[in-house]
Design a protein around this ligand. Sequence first.
Ligand code: SF4
Length: 703
Amino acid sequence: MRTTQVKTTCSYCGVGCGIIASSNDRGQLSVTGDPDHPVNKGMLCSKGRNLNYVVQDQTDRLLYPQMRLHRSHPLQRVTWEKAMLRAAAVFRSIIDKHGPDSVGFYVSGQCLTEEYYLVNKLAKGFIGTNNIDTNSRLCMSSAVIAYAKMLGEDTVPVSYEDLEQTDCLFVAGANPAWCHPIIWRRVEAHKTANPQVKIIVADPRKTDTCAIADLHLQLIPGTDVILYNAIARRLYDTGRIDKGFIRDHTEAEENYFRILKDINLRKAAKQCGVPLNDIKLAAEYIGNAKAFMTMWAMGLNQSKVGVEKNGALINLHLLTGQIGRPGAGPFSLTGQPNAMGGREVGGMASLLAAHRVLANASHRDEIARFWGVDSLPEHPGLTATQMFDALESGKLKAVWVICTNPVVSMPNVNQVVRALKKAKFVVVQDISARAETVEYADLVLPAAGWLEKTGTMTNAERRVSLLQPLASPPGEARPDADILCDFARHMGFTGFSYQNVSEVYDEYVRMTAGTNIDVTGLSHQRLKKEGSFQWPVPTPDHPGTPRLFGDHQFYTNTRRARFFSTSSQRQGLPAPPEGKPYILTTGRLRDQWHTMTRTGKVSRLLRHQSRPLLEIHPVDAFELELADDQLAEITSEYGVVRARIKYSKAIRKGVVFLPMHWGKTLNSPLTRVNNLTDDKIDPYSKQPNFKFTYVSIRPYRKP
Ligand code: SF4
């Protein structure tokens, strides 16, 4: 039997595992981990191992464009030409009447870099609006801002290899054992081979990640900054700081030290709910390490003080000089496979390509000249939650949603539904009819999925990989890049006539010349021939850059890293609203991905957990008269959810947990966890506060 094979990259999390995908004569697909890939060395987690079933099962696929002229009408099949003519006509008419900022694009960290590049070029360069944002806003925008403020640019300085060289790893607000499993397998192997390596985990839940931890700091949600500052104070008090590094390579330390001096360790321990001796022990482990790393994800980022949390954690590296050396440095994980690639091409309402700054007029001019347009809009565009606020208020008239499912994934999702109903025109470009957002679309465009198109992604360690096709898209589905270029041409824009998607990549690559993320040494051809590379890769023979800041020359104007002066959390938590004393936190399950449009159709992945369960401490459940597996009603100031109870001693008393994945089930919107979540946002990063919502809980009884 003849078999065709391609090397590609997993399309789920930001770990970026290499996959060998094969197709036989009968079109049956199989996947295995690529043994030569530097990330996973042949390993795959449960989600990656089942990707072939996701692609093979096409029963849910959107196969042809569909349109309706009125919201009360059903969607009807149309030709691509008719769909494009309508999209262009409606966008043109809205823009003519209300200006370019009356339209917006909401895209995804699952888009390929070339797609991200094109939609940014289209919106910022040609339509003339910065209203292009991404669901990565919900994922890592707090880390982006903290890096830029402290290191001078949005730059993850380390590699997975560093995890295998560290003496002390502090995992904060992340559960990599479930959410970034292949990285965690590498950490587990390092710990097994080197039992003296210390692992600290800070999390309100005792997750599987804690299984190999030497110390679990089970803090109260929202007290992260207090905890990190308390650890810093203890490092300072015990002389475990690097005075030479601080003197020669940092700035803004005076204010930071003033904040540290105000800290009362005993009070801080009480505020965090963490024993004082554990804070001291954490400081001892960190301070004694030759090489110290931090690793974090949504527990820090998804907060209305997400940037402060990031800042307080990265401060520990500046305080101890633990950056730019093997096994040392801060490492923010990305949830999505191409959240990093999107950032590179400026794929957010507040960014420009190649880490140029939107507020910088000469940067805007450089990009405008590059694209052959007069200018780029100066003011930042609407971010994810702001876009839906603006749709609801009528300021934004049309939104084009690509590869994301906001009616499940956004916070305060009832408002998102209201906003989409109010919008004048909604385009949904997706692969799956399972994406509930399709229900609110005036125009549905079927897109090609994983293994059906070409392009690049960048993983959490700055590693750029090529994704290659093995199958044709079903029906009339087309690669997202084709759809975007087609729309641009229908709008009458020049500059979107590419022969193939590698030309799009080449265009982006030219834009990076001379910047800190220079990838002029890369092309699709090189990535196909030689495999993946970590940026910067400035010449065709450059091997890539596993670690940054070895010379301690940071990307700030002064070349010094800048301490972040935290403030907002020193006073403790906000008081709960009347009758809602429990803190709800949300997160991922091991075998599910986002809103389950793909993993939800693989029955073996549902075996791990097939329905949303509210994890609650048995003492809280007893006080609420809730039995294990009983149906409960959870209420926040935003909405209501019903879920069955799961007793768990792994969660703090007073805190409850719901998984983020489920949308409507059995036509009931009451299984959507984001009915409940808080839509407040961080003032710097505009990232929402998914990890902290006060709720009430009661047994549910049928009326
Ligand atoms: Fe895919 Fe992430 Fe699993 Fe690797 S760890 S196989 S990238 S889901």
